[in-house]
Design a protein around this ligand. Structure first.
Ligand code: ZN
Ligand code: ZN
Ligand code: ZN
Length: 124
């Protein structure tokens, strides 16, 4: 079976009665959200459409791929922890990390420094 075809067929899968969960056709696991199902099914098909040109690795999960590119320095990290240098793609994850791991060090100044300033810079 062509993994790309499998992914296309995910579009036609109907959700479970709760309207947001989907059953994996391979292992019958219930996954919340179609996007998560798509990533999950890649673990069965071995489909890794994201390819790193620098080290020739392939990735199936876009968030891992982004983190990987950030490590290469190809992509800029928007949120990285100045204390343990962990990288975050989403602001919410970063905030959660700061609160959970570095509660003592956590202050607004640090978050402000890691947040891109968009006030005076409007992209066309
Ligand atoms: Zn599965
Ligand atoms: Zn790489
Ligand atoms: Zn940290």
């Amino acid at each position: 079976m062509d993994p790309a075809e499998v992914e296309k067929s995910i579009k036609n899968i109907d959700p479970l009665p709760d309207g947001k969960s989907y059953e994996c056709m391979f292992c019958k696991r219930v996954i919340s959200g179609k996007y998560n199902l798509k990533i999950h099914i890649r673990t069965h098909t071995g489909y890794k459409p994201l390819h790193c040109n620098i080290c020739n690795h392939s990735w199936r999960d876009p968030s891992n791929f982004n983190k990987h590119l950030i490590r290469h320095g190809v992509r800029k990290s928007r949120y990285n922890c100045s204390i343990c240098s962990k990288i975050f793609i989403r602001k919410g994850d970063f905030k959660k990390h700061m609160q959970a791991k570095h509660l003592d060090a956590h202050n607004d100044e640090m978050i402000a420094r890691s947040t891109p300033k968009r006030k005076h810079h409007v992209r066309r």
